[in-house]
Design a protein around this ligand. Structure first.
Ligand code: GLN
Length: 500
C-alpha cells in the first residue's frame, strides 16, 4: 500500500482497521520530510521524536477511536501556538518563543487523535502571498522548485502536496489558505468568520483572520472542519450556537457534521459566475480551467448563472487598509519586553523598542506597520480607514445581493499560476493585486474553498474558488466533492517526491 496516495480519511480508515499502525504512518511522513524538506523548506520545526512518542501512545487507543482522523499525521502553520514547541510566526522577533499553552485548534486536534509532525513555514506574520518573507528562508513549490508555493500558508500547501503529512492547518486573512492551495494543487478551506476559535492564533488582522484546513480533497476538509468548528468562550468573536446541542432555528441549526452531509449532489444548485472575476488581467489557462470546472458541475445537474459583482475593484484597497491598520495595532505587543527576541545593545527604553523592532521585523512587516499607523493617524483616519470600512460594508451587501440569485459563486483563486521565486519581492503592489479574488471573502466573513481544477501549459496547478453564504460550508464542500468525483486533478501529485 502506498501511504502517500491515500487521503487523510483513507489513512484513518486503514489505521482503524489495524492494517497500518500509527508509528508506520508517522515514520513514512518523517521519511518524506527527511527526503524532501531540504529542498522545499516547508517546515520551520520538525518535531519527529515527539510525533513518534505520540504515535505509540495513540496506538493503544485505536480500537476505541471515534474520529475518522485518529492517528493521521499532519502539521501546523507556525503562527498557531503549540505548548512546548517553538512558534516563530516565521519572524526573528519570535525566534525563541515557546508558548506555554496550546491554541484551541491544537487542543481539538489532539482530542481527535491527530499527530503533529511539526510547525510549517509561512510569510512572516502571515503577511504575503508567496511565503518568501519568512526569516527562515523561502518555501519552494514542490511542482517547480524555481517557483513560490503561494502564501502565506505556503509551507502548509507544499507539505500536503509533497506527502509530508496528510493534511495541514493554516490561517487565512485575505487568501492565505486558498491561494497556496491553488498554487500547490491541494484543497483548502477558509470557514465562516467566527466558526473556528482564534484562541492561540497569533493575530495579524483579527477581524479577518480565520483558521482552516489544507487537504488532499474536499472530504478531508470536511472531516478536519468537523474537528475544528465550535464555540470557544476564550475567543470573543467565536460564534455561539455551533455545537451539536444547538436548539435554535435558522441557518445554524444543521451546522456541523459536514462529512456526513457531503452528498456530492449538486442537482438544482445555482452556481454564479461573476463577470468581473473573468475580465482583464486573468491568465488564459486559469480562465479556461475555472470555466471548465463550471461545465463539470453543470454536467452533474447544477445550474450556471452569470451575474455582476461590480464592487470587486474596491476589495484590494479596502483589505490592505483594514489589514494593515489591525496589524499595526496587533504587532505593537512585540516590543522586546514581553515576548521573544530583544536587541542586544540599546540605550534606554525608547532605544530598546526601536532597535528590537527595527532588527526583529522584516521589510514586509515594517511596511504594513507603517501603512497601518498612517491610515489610523488623526487627519488620515477619515480619508482611509473609515472609507475602507464603508467599502467593506458595500462589499458585504454586494455578496448578499449576489446570493439572492445563486447558492454559490465560482471564481478563480488567483489571476495566474504560481509566480517565480523573487518576482514578487521587488513589486509588493502587484503582489497585493494578485489577491483580488480572495480578499473580499474575508471582508465579508464568508466561507470559501480552493480546489484543484487543472494544470497550465508548464504543468503548474490551477485552483477554482467556491464562495458560499455565511454558514454555507456544507454546500461549498458538496459542490467541490461532486467536482472531485468526476475529475482527478486533486489526485495529481508533483513529480520527484519520495512516496512514503
Ligand atoms: N496576501 C494577503 C496579505 O498579505 C493575505 C495574507 C493572509 O491571508 N494571511 O495580507
Amino acid at each position: 500500500m502506498k501511504l502517500r496516495e491515500l487521503t487523510a480519511l483513507e489513512l484513518g480508515a486503514v489505521i482503524k482497521k489495524g492494517e497500518v499502525c500509527v508509528r508506520e504512518a508517522v515514520q513514512a511522513a518523517l521519511d518524506a520530510v527527511a527526503a524532501q524538506d531540504g529542498a522545499l523548506n516547508a517546515f520551520i520545526t520538525v518535531a519527529g521524536e515527539r510525533a513518534l512518542c505520540r504515535a505509540d501512545k495513540l496506538q493503544a487507543g485505536v480500537k476505541d477511536a471515534q474520529s475518522p482522523l485518529y492517528g493521521v499525521p499532519m502539521a501546523i502553520k507556525d503562527n498557531i501556538c503549540t505548548r512546548g514547541v517553538r512558534t516563530t510566526c516565521a519572524s526573528k522577533i519570535l525566534g525563541d518563543f515557546t508558548p506555554p499553552y496550546d491554541a484551541a485548534v491544537v487542543e481539538q486536534l489532539a482530542d481527535a487523535g491527530a499527530v503533529s509532525l511539526g510547525k510549517l513555514n509561512m510569510d512572516e506574520f502571515a503577511m504575503g502571498s508567496t511565503s518568501e518573507t519568512s526569516y527562515y528562508g523561502p518555501v519552494k513549490n514542490p511542482w517547480d522548485l524555481a517557483r513560490a508555493p503561494g502564501g502565506s500558508s505556503g509551507g502548509a500547501a507544499a507539505a500536503v502536496a509533497a506527502g509530508m503529512g496528510w493534511y495541514a492547518i493554516g490561517s487565512d486573512t485575505g487568501g492565505s489558505i486558498r491561494q497556496p492551495a491553488a498554487h500547490c494543487g491541494v484543497t483548502g478551506m477558509k470557514p465562516t468568520y467566527g466558526t473556528v476559535s482564534r484562541y492561540g492564533l497569533i493575530a495579524y488582522a483579527s477581524s479577518l483572520d480565520q483558521i482552516g484546513p489544507l487537504c488532499r480533497d474536499a472530504a478531508d476538509c470536511a472531516a478536519v472542519l468537523d474537528v475544528l468548528m465550535g464555540h470557544d468562550c476564550r475567543d470573543a468573536t467565536s460564534l455561539p450556537g455551533l455545537d451539536s446541542d444547538w436548539n435554535g432555528s435558522g441557518p445554524r441549526a444543521d451546522y456541523g457534521h459536514l462529512l456526513e452531509r457531503l452528498t456530492g449532489d449538486v442537482r438544482g444548485m445555482r452556481i454564479g459566475l461573476p463577470a468581473q472575476c473573468f475580465g482583464d488581467g486573468l491568465d488564459g489557462a486559469v480562465r479556461a480551467a475555472v470555466l471548465g470546472a463550471a461545465q463539470v458541475l453543470k454536467g452533474r445537474g447544477a445550474e450556471i448563472v452569470e451575474l455582476s459583482f461590480p464592487v470587486l475593484e474596491y476589495a484590494v484597497p479596502a483589505y490592505y487598509i483594514i489589514a494593515a491598520a489591525e496589524a499595526s495595532s496587533n504587532l505593537s505587543r512585540f516590543d522586546g519586553v514581553k515576548y521573544g527576541w530583544r536587541a542586544e545593545e540599546y540605550d534606554g527604553l525608547a532605544d530598546l523598542y526601536r532597535k528590537t523592532r527595527t532588527q526583529g521585523f522584516g521589510r514586509e512587516v515594517k511596511r504594513r506597520i507603517l501603512l497601518g499607523t498612517f491610515v489610523l493617524s488623526s487627519g488620515y483616519y477619515d480619508a482611509y480607514y473609515k472609507k475602507a470600512l464603508q467599502a467593506k460594508a458595500v462589499i458585504k451587501d454586494a455578496f448578499d445581493r449576489a446570493f439572492e440569485g445563486c447558492d454559490l459563486l465560482l471564481t478563480p483563486v488567483t489571476p495566474s499560476p504560481a509566480p517565480r521565486l523573487g518576482d514578487s519581492l521587488g513589486d509588493p503592489l502587484s503582489m497585493y493585486l494578485g489577491d483580488i479574488y480572495t480578499v473580499s471573502v474575508n471582508l465579508a466573513g464568508l466561507p470559501a474553498l480552493s480546489m484543484p481544477c487543472g494544470l497550465d501549459a508548464e504543468g503548474m496547478p490551477i485552483g477554482a474558488q467556491l464562495i458560499a453564504p455565511h454558514f454555507g460550508e456544507g454546500a461549498a464542500l458538496s459542490a467541490a466533492h461532486a467536482f472531485q468525483l468526476d475529475t482527478d486533478w486533486h489526485r495529481r501529485a508533483p513529480k520527484g517526491g519520495e512516496a512514503p
